[in-house]
Design a protein around this ligand. Structure first.
Ligand SMILES: [Zn+2]
Length: 278
């Protein structure tokens, strides 16, 4: 079911880790950001769009993780975009014949095993580096690229509508998940991304995280600060006073504490390996 969060901006929430697909109405159809997860949900979204008489005219993936790279034939053949760095990462990771099988194997450990259409996984076109806006016939959608969480991650600012699509940041349920495989300084990359988001937060009335609840204007700065406090605590090896971790986690989200522990361990290993302070 599509829910309007601002004029011409609708959200379809998946049962799987509360994933949010975002629909932006344009002049001749919609822009679809991170379409969703299971086949039946994407099907439902396609039905909703058909009822609205709105074909998909463009797609966008916020970052190169499988749950943001899906598509379904019923959504049509619109161009699908990501940042150049996102697209290059996807190409690289999906280049070998076993890549989709690995995603499918990972899914076997989840409650949605066998329910995710992988045929059209990751078929995105990279927009040239420094592209400021998504090329499409609708309200301007500004690309805010950074290196937190995943290479070439983009937050999207729909300025006219006061909406910030945050990708996998600014969630009320998921802690900041650092890209601990790629970058030289994942902590600083995350803090830099939060500064970029803070720079546009003033005009934002609605924040849509990749996973979790849509937040109102009071949530934008609060979530930036909450994410920053978490990342700083992680850097300093402190126990974060964070409602998303430990006994205050929402029911069903207890596993986030394991993610936190894993990040602590991996950061400690990195600093040991590199001989650097955290
Ligand atoms: Zn992600």
């Amino acid at each position: 079911m599509l829910r309007q969060v601002a004029e011409g901006v609708l959200v379809h929430e998946s049962e799987f880790v509360q994933s949010n697909a975002v629909v932006v109405q344009g002049r001749a159809g919609v822009l679809l950001i991170d379409p969703g997860v299971t086949g039946s949900e994407i099907d439902c979204l396609a039905n909703d769009l058909r009822e609205l008489g709105q074909p998909v005219v463009a797609g966008f993936s916020t970052h190169p993780h499988w749950d943001h790279l899906l598509w379904h034939t019923r959504l049509g053949e619109a161009p699908r975009y990501g940042t150049a760095r996102c697209a290059a990462t996807v190409r690289d990771r999906l280049s070998d014949a076993g890549a989709k099988a690995r995603v499918a194997a990972h899914l076997l450990e989840t409650e949605i095993a066998g329910q995710v259409p992988l045929d059209l996984l990751g078929l995105i076109t990279g927009l040239p580096a420094e592209t400021a806006q998504i090329p499409w016939d609708g309200p301007g959608v500004r690309i805010i690229e950074h290196q937190a969480h995943a290479p070439g991650h983009a937050a999207l600012l729909i300025g006219e509508r006061g909406v910030l699509v945050a990708g996998d940041m600014l969630s009320d349920v998921l802690i900041p998940m650092l890209d601990l495989d790629g970058t030289a300084d994942p902590i600083e990359d995350y803090l830099a991304a939060l500064r970029l988001l803070e720079g546009v937060a003033g005009g934002v009335d609605v924040v849509v995280p990749g996973h979790g609840s849509v937040g109102g204007s009071d949530q934008v700065q609060a979530r930036i600060e909450q994410d920053r406090a978490y990342v700083l605590a992680l850097r300093n090896g402190q126990v974060p006073a964070d409602p998303r971790v430990g006994s205050s986690a929402k029911p069903g989200w207890e596993w986030v504490s394991d993610v936190h522990e894993g990040q602590l361990q991996r950061l400690a290993q990195r600093s040991e390996r590199d001989g650097t302070p955290r």
